[in-house]
Design a protein around this ligand. Structure first.
Ligand code: SAH
Length: 388
C-alpha cells in the first residue's frame, strides 16, 4: 500500500458539535471541538471513489454533501447522549430552580458565587448558530467569520477533496487529469489549496531549493518549469533576469502556459531521425525542472518531452517524493533510456529526492520502443495519504 503524504491537521474532529444542548435547554454553549474522535474520511472517500462512475468533479461535490449529512447525524447522536447523561446526573439546575415558595435553594456544595453560574440567556450571536441541515451545505469559501464547526468542516472537506483529486492525478493518464481540470478549473484551485497546505509542513520544499540554485545561473538562462503549480519559480526568478517558461494543466493568465506536459509542450525542438544519433534541433531551453510533477501514469511522456525541448547538453532536474520510488536505480534507468545521463542524486532530504540529469544524444525511437518506456512507469508509485 503506497503511503506517502500526510496532511497534518486534516484528521476530522467529529465533534465540533459537542456544543449546544437540546433545543429546549436555556443554556447555550458555543460549539467546541473538545472531542478528538475522527470522522472516517477514508470511508467517505472510498464511498465516492468506488460507488459509481461519476466524474471526479461530481464525486467531490457528492463528498461535500455526504460530509455535511454525516456531521449532522453525529451531532444529533452526541446531543441525544448528552441529554441522556444530563437526565441521570442533573442536580444543580434543580437546586437553582425557584422553589415552590418562590425562593432559590442552593446546592449543598455551592460557593458564594454559585448564583452567578445560573444559566442566563444572552443575545444570540451570528457565530453561535447551531448547524442546521439547510444552511450547512454551503460553507463559504473565504469567510473571515467561520464558526469552529464551519472551520472544521472546511478543513475536512478540503482534505477529502484533495485526496480524491490527488488520486486521480496519480492513478490515471494525464489526459484524464487534463480533462478534469478543463471541465472544472476549480478542481485545480482545490488541489493547490491542499498541496500548499501539505508542503507548508515540510522542512523545506524542492521549489525553494531550485529557486536558490537557479538564481546563481547566468541571466538569460531559459528554464522550463514543467508542472509549475502556482509558478513560484517564475515569480522569483523572472525579476532576476532568467527566462522561466511555466507549464501546468491550467493557466493563471500571467505566468502559466496551459499544457499537458506528458503529451505535448508548446515549445520548439525535434526528435532525431530513426537510427541516427543526434540531439534533435531547434531547442531553446537550457534547464528543465520537474518538481513533484511526474504525476500521471504516463509520466515518462514528460521526460520524453523534456528531452525534445532541451538544448544539447541541457539539464533535467527532477524532485520527487521519496516514498514514491520502488527502486531508485530502476527510476534512473527509465529516465536514462530516454536520452539522459545521471549527474547527481541527492537523498539527504527525508521528504523528497533530487536528481540532476544531462541530455545526451540518442537515436530516434519507434512508437513500439516508446510504449516499452511507458510501460516502465510503474517504477514510481502513486503518492497517497497515510491511512488513519
Ligand atoms: N512544481 C510545483 C507544483 C507541484 S504539484 C511545486 O513544486 O510547487 C504538481 C503539479 O504538476 C500540479 O500543479 C499539477 O497540476 C501538475 N501536473 C501534473 N501532471 C501534469 C500534466 N500532465 N501536465 C501539466 N501539469 C501537470
Amino acid at each position: 500500500m503506497p503511503l506517502a503524504f500526510e496532511v497534518p491537521g486534516w484528521s476530522v474532529p467529529s465533534s465540533p458539535m459537542g456544543g449546544p444542548g437540546p433545543s429546549n435547554s436555556k443554556k447555550r454553549k458555543r460549539p467546541t471541538n473538545e472531542s478528538t474522535e475522527s470522522i472516517d474520511i477514508q470511508k467517505f472517500v472510498q464511498q465516492h471513489v468506488d460507488a459509481d462512475n461519476a466524474s471526479t468533479t461530481s464525486r467531490v461535490k457528492a463528498l461535500g454533501k455526504s460530509l455535511v449529512k454525516n456531521t449532522i447525524e453525529r451531532k444529533r447522536q452526541k446531543q441525544a447522549e448528552k441529554l441522556e447523561a444530563k437526565k441521570k446526573t442533573i442536580s444543580r439546575p434543580k437546586a437553582l430552580m425557584p422553589t415552590e415558595k418562590g425562593q432559590k435553594s442552593r446546592p449543598p456544595s455551592s460557593s458564594s458565587t454559585a448564583t452567578n453560574t445560573r444559566p442566563t440567556k444572552r443575545p444570540k450571536r451570528a457565530h453561535d448558530e447551531e448547524p442546521n441541515e439547510k444552511a450547512l451545505p454551503s460553507i463559504p469559501e473565504e469567510s473571515p467569520r467561520l464558526t469552529t464547526l464551519q472551520q472544521d468542516m472546511r478543513k475536512s472537506l478540503d482534505g477529502a477533496k484533495f485526496r480524491i483529486i490527488n488520486e486521480t492525478l496519480y492513478k490515471s493518464e494525464s489526459k484524464e487529469a487534463y480533462d478534469m481540470m478543463q471541465n472544472d478549473p476549480k478542481v485545480f484551485e482545490e488541489y493547490h489549496r491542499g498541496f500548499r497546505h501539505q508542503v507548508e509542513s515540510w522542512p523545506t520544499n524542492p521549489v525553494e531549493h531550485y529557486i536558490s540554485v537557479l538564481s546563481q545561473y547566468p541571466s538569460k538562462t531559459t528554464i522550463a518549469d514543467l508542472g509549475c503549480g502556482d509558478a513560484a519559480m517564475a515569480r522569483a526568478l523572472t525579476p532576476q533576469g532568467l527566462n522561466v517558461l511555466s507549464f501546468d494543466l491550467v493557466s493563471d493568465g500571467t505566468y502559466v502556459v496551459e499544457a499537458d506536459i506528458c503529451s505535448r509542450i508548446p515549445l520548439p525542438g525535434s526528435e532525431p531521425p530513426l537510427g541516427e544519433k543526434t540531439s534533435g534541433d531547434g531547442q531553446v531551453v537550457d534547464v528543465v525542472v520537474c518538481a513533484l510533477s511526474l504525476m500521471g501514469t504516463n509520466w515518462t511522456g514528460c521526460v520524453r518531452e523534456a528531452w525534445r525541448i532541451l538544448r544539447p547538453d541541457g539539464e533535467l532536474k527532477i524532485a520527487e517524493v521519496a516514498s514514491r520510488f520502488t527502486d531508485i536505480e530502476d527510476f534512473i534507468g527509465v529516465v536514462s533510456s530516454v536520452g539522459f545521463k545521471l549527474k547527481s542524486k541527492n537523498e539527504a532530504n527525508t521528504h523528497f529526492t533530487l536528481f540532476e540529469f544531462k541530455k545526451i544524444e540518442r537515436a530516434g525511437k519507434r512508437e513500439k520502443e516508446w510504449s516499452d518506456v511507458l510501460r516502465r512507469g510503474g517504477v514510481l508509485k502513486p503518492c497517497e495519504y497515510k491511512r488513519r
